[in-house]
Design a protein around this ligand. Sequence first.
Ligand code: TXA
Ligand code: MG
Length: 329
Amino acid sequence: MILDGREEKNIRRAAETLAAGELIGLPTETVYGLGARADQDKAVARVFAAKGRPADHPLIVHVLGREDAERFAEGVTEVAQRLMDAFWPGPLTVILRRASGVAAAAAGGQSTIGLRSPSHPVARALLGAARELGVDGVAAPSANRFGHVSPTTAHHVAEELGDSLLILDGGECELGIESSIVDCSRADPALLRPGMLSRAQIESVAGLPLRQSDASAPRAPGTLDSHYAPRARVRLFSEKALLARWAEDLPSGLAVYARADLIGRADSLSPRLRRMPADVRETARELFAVLREFDAAGMQEIWVELPPPAPEWEAVRDRLLRAASAVSE
Ligand code: TXA
Ligand code: MG
């Protein structure tokens, strides 16, 4: 059931549900999360079961701030400290060495732990109310079934995980793409997942370059991680490849999300067209909702124009490359 997250009594009810070891759906500024108290392995096991996610995939633990983070982590490096000071609360997850004996299930059994302090007011109100009930942190992966597109509205969460889940409605997520993840557990930090907090912003605060990781390396077709994927087959095109393909016969059940001006063919086979915004923040905000909408309309193929490899588009390109089964550049 979807409850208005602005109402105090709903926050309290969600906090009580968490404290009792049950799951809730919660809004954050990035995407909606599926939350369980991080300090109870039994509660965390419910998250893995609900998502259909392998139990060795670590979850991100959400905390109010630095003091709570220190209950879960040890050996907080100077770089991690600077990053938390600069970007918390906000769309940054830091990976630190896990304090011994805490949140083993949430960490997927790893010796490290991912921590994030969300800025969404409903998430913060919930974390505060839950802390009063003895809950120090909330383990929350994106509230989608494993491998699917992340939800950016409360309604998406209900679609993914069913109506019996208590979901706090905090409106549409402002950023629309998951947090940037920086591994600070080793000497030189690495960007494990790009997000709307850019590599350059993170590097300028860290004071050193981030190690490159697989997540941002170009992928060859066929070796793409199947993640963030709608049901329909996603194909990516450069503008040039798309315009060339556009002149040929088009498949039925086609939806297109592109920056190029494709009007003119819309009459013939009536593919569903949607213009990708020129602005990266607008694109990130709507991207997952657009993919979902195409799926809901029963589209079989989604063709997306891959934005150029400019630094500010790194996160959007990363999600598109993971959602795609083919790339034509
Ligand atoms: O924006 C976000 O980060 C959203 C919202 C809900 O906060 N959460 C999210 O969680 O995207 P999830 O579980 O869908 O993605 C978490 C990612 C996974 O790829 C996981 O492998 C990585 O974080 N991760 C978590 N803990 C880690 C650890 N200890 N070491 C390495 N990677 C970790
Ligand atoms: Mg996810």
